[in-house]
Design a protein around this ligand. Structure first.
Ligand SMILES: [Zn+2]
Length: 64
């Protein structure tokens, strides 16, 4: 089973990058890497964002 999360679904108006992971933890790790590299997050601001929106992100994760 592969989990995926699309940046656009997560609320970004232009980025359509899709992140994948075998587990939720791996997916969030990949999303964090993408957020830092592409969207200008820092480790700290990303962690704060996730902490505030964990439920929101969970609902956006698709499994296939
Ligand atoms: Zn993105």
């Amino acid at each position: 089973m592969t989990l995926s999360l699309n940046c656009k679904d997560a609320g970004d108006p232009v980025c359509t990058h899709t992140m994948y992971g075998e587990t939720e933890g791996e997916l969030l790790q990949n999303a964090k890497k993408h957020g830092i590299e592409v969207h200008g997050y820092t480790e700290q601001s990303w962690n704060e964002e996730i902490a505030k929106n964990t439920d929101h992100f969970r609902k956006l994760i698709k499994s296939s």
